[in-house]
Design a protein around this ligand. Structure first.
Ligand code: SF4
Ligand code: SF4
Length: 346
């Protein structure tokens, strides 16, 4: 597939990474920009924007490249990127994540889902959708997702020299974490190899009803840029970003695993409740059949679950077990806290 941003001869190449504190987007941005400038001879600029620097808070990283004969003077954030790399798919719910993505650009998402499903969610027919299961790769290799995302970015941005970025990763890890180097290089290669892409729908030679027939789940829509602003803001200007204390969505803090609940094995002892740091367990008061009221565990509200697995360790039966994090499973099995039903904002 020939991407529009194969060269930067016509103008800058601009990349924006949308991430969550703890996923390593800042380090990925540094490695990528240094590789472009020091090893490929490009002009480059890099900056990151983050709030409290704590795990789980939103992070944006910006990269701008230009050929060496073109100076980069601007230090403003990347508002109209050629490529947006989303480190956690939960961020797709946030309107500002896709803001300004250029027509013909690329949306790269860390997800197990297919490009057609992502396209259906974001409503952009005019861009390439690229999906990579960076979390799955990092779980497999016991690394972090940022090196998998670096590999995927090398796949979708042909301008980037794979060996230059590989050398950047090697230098970064050999300085302090030599024992993690081989696993991170394997993670990088897998990220590059395992990208699944879908071109903009007009390039697929299908449109309208045909697009739906060929790509189930795709709803043809007029191309629209969903900028965050007057028309799209929540009442009061609230930004329910993952990590925001209003919505308290800890989904993006998980590192690949969730607890699964099997009610048939549960003895309702509340050992899980006592160790859970985020009150994820949802209880219901019912008659115990002997005329007494009793607390029964009904399930887990995964919105508040950071995936620490303390509950699995504490459970005396096999009612709780560790499984791979999976959005479809979470949607099907989440038991919503009674109070959360009152403040649901999506
Ligand atoms: S610790 Fe296990 S058995 Fe006890 S209430 Fe929780 S899930 Fe049920
Ligand atoms: S994994 Fe951690 S946060 Fe999630 S329900 Fe279990 S104890 Fe609570």
């Amino acid at each position: 597939m020939q991407h529009e941003h194969t060269t930067v001869s016509h103008r800058f190449l601009e990349v924006r990474m949308e991430s969550i504190g703890g996923l390593g987007a800042n380090l990925a941005g540094k490695i990528l920009s240094e590789s472009g400038v020091l090893r490929q001879g490009l002009n480059g600029w890099y900056a990151a924007s983050y709030g409290s620097e704590k795990k789980g808070s939103p992070v944006k990283a910006f990269i701008r490249f230009a050929p060496k004969e073109i100076e980069i003077r601007g230090t403003y954030p990347v508002d109209e990127p050629d490529v947006i790399a989303v480190f956690h798919e939960e961020l797709l719910h946030e309107p500002s994540t896709l803001a300004g993505l250029r027509e013909g650009g690329t949306l790269l998402v860390n997800t197990k889902r297919a490009p057609a499903q992502i396209r259906s969610q974001v409503g952009r027919d005019d861009v390439t959708i690229a999906c990579v299961d960076a979390l799955g790769i990092s779980v497999r290799e016991k690394t972090r997702i940022n090196t998998a995302m670096l590999g995927a970015m090398c796949h979708v941005i042909p301008l980037l020299d794979v060996e230059a970025v590989r050398t950047g990763i090697a230098q970064t890890f050999s300085a302090k974490y030599q024992h993690l180097l081989d696993a991170n290089l394997r993670t990088f290669d897998a990220g590059r190899d395992e990208v699944i892409e879908q071109a903009p729908l007009h390039e697929l030679d299908v449109d309208g009803e045909d697009a739906v027939a060929i790509h189930p789940g795709v709803t043809p829509k007029k191309h629209k840029h969903r900028a965050l602003g007057y028309d799209t803001a929540f009442i009061g200007g609230t930004i329910p970003t993952p990590g925001n204390s209003y919505h308290k969505d800890l989904t993006a803090s998980r590192n690949g695993f969730i607890p699964a609940f099997n009610v048939d094995s549960c003895i309702h002892c509340a050992a899980c409740e006592q160790v859970c740091p985020d009150a994820c367990f949802v209880w219901e008061t019912r008659d115990n059949g002997k005329g007494r009221q009793f607390q029964y565990l009904t399930g887990i509200d995964y919105q508040y679950c950071k995936g620490c697995q303390k509950c699995v360790v504490a459970c005396p039966t096999d009612a709780l077990s560790t499984i791979a994090d999976d959005e479809e499973y979470v949607l099907a099995h989440r038991v919503v806290h009674h109070f959360a039903k009152e403040v649901e904002v999506r």
